[in-house]
Design a protein around this ligand. Structure first.
Ligand SMILES: [Cu+2]
Length: 338
């Protein structure tokens, strides 16, 4: 298998899964690309897909993404192989009407890359896995950004390590919350915070915030100074689940050790901090824009998603020199046991 893996890396001209038919538990390496990013360019319209050719569900314990400079950010999802039809490889997302929200509903979150991290591994503990249904493919919208003068040439790979179903003790489902209506005032610190009540489900599903969080990852761009996610009790008492003050380019994600149990908590509070050193207001977006996204995996039978999703930034308040904004939350819970 090792020889097979290096073969794939060397001849990374097209997407081609490299696993041996005889060993369904062998790690598989999927090269994609090559991707050329001209100096001083940005491309947010490209997607990549590779088909897993799995007749059986795949219980994935580890995912390793190797990209390189210029591969700014990417969100990877698994979907049924017949949706967004077309051959494996790089394509223009709009040509197949790809959108991440539909992909999340049809499938689920597979892997989220930290901003500008050229190499990153998402590893769950022993016996913990993400279940990818039979006949799936992996798809991602990739954000390419080359701020340098030199052209960049990438031959990225994704390596997927499954484990046997009979050793799986816990299945993972995604948790994704974001703050969308960002507006960062120029030459100023700002803070955006949204509190989401996971017990106020509009359709009163059986979904309950009684899960444990295993893996957490923050996403923001170069003006971000930190992201914090807290659990809040009905009494208002809060505990930090995950926070980062790292610089973008570091891996802003990892296993939570210990795992965070939501027992007794009913809300999630997401807060993002920024310093905008530009002369103009910055909004949500790629390039000259910001983001505030929390991705996690939990042992809930539901995929949880939501946050401040409207377009209206509202009116900020200056709190000790920090322009502070807060918006209402929308919460979604999707059955993840399919
Ligand atoms: Cu982003």
């Amino acid at each position: 298998m090792r020889r097979m893996g290096s073969f794939c890396v060397v001849f990374a001209v097209a997407v081609a899964g490299c696993s041996t038919e005889d060993d369904p538990l062998a790690a598989r390496t999927y090269p994609f690309g090559p991707i050329d990013i001209p100096g001083g360019s940005e491309d947010i319209g490209k997607c990549v897909q590779f088909t897993l050719h799995n007749d059986q569900p795949l219980f994935v314990n580890q995912i390793e993404l190797t990209t390189g400079a210029g591969f700014h950010h990417s969100n990877w999802l698994y979907v049924p192989e017949h949706v967004f039809p077309g051959p494996d490889g790089i394509f223009t997302c709009d040509d197949r009407s790809y959108d991440q929200v539909s992909a999340g509903i049809l499938g689920g979150v597979f892997f989220a890359q930290s901003t500008q991290a050229p190499h990153e591994t998402q590893t769950f503990p022993e016996g913990v896995a993400l279940k990818v249904p039979a006949h799936s493919k992996i798809v991602a919208n990739i954000h390419l950004l080359n701020t340098g003068d030199e052209d960049l040439h990438l031959e990225p790979t994704m390596k997927i390590t499954p484990i046997a179903e009979d050793v799986v003790t816990t299945l993972m489902a995604s948790v994704t919350f974001e703050y969308h209506p960002l507006n960062l005032p120029p030459q100023k610190q700002s803070r955006f915070s949204v509190e989401c009540d996971l017990t106020e489900r509009p359709d009163q599903l059986a979904a309950k915030p009684d899960f444990k969080l295993y893996y957490a990852l923050a996403h923001y761009h170069e003006w971000g100074t930190g992201l914090t996610i807290e659990a809040v009790k009905p009494t208002g008492e809060a505990a930090t689940i995950y926070t980062t003050k790292n610089k973008v380019g570091d891996v802003l994600g990892g296993m939570l050790d210990p795992q965070f149990s939501m027992a007794g908590y009913t809300k999630l509070r997401l807060t993002c901090d920024y310093f905008n050193d530009q002369a103009q207001t910055l909004y949500y977006g790629n390039g000259l824009g910001e983001m505030c996204i929390f991705n996690a995996f939990s042992d809930s039978p539901y995929s949880w998603a939501g946050g401040a999703l409207d377009e209206d930034p509202g009116v900020g308040t200056d709190v000790g020199g920090v322009m502070s904004f807060s918006r209402g939350c929308q919460v979604y819970a999707i059955d993840a046991t399919r």
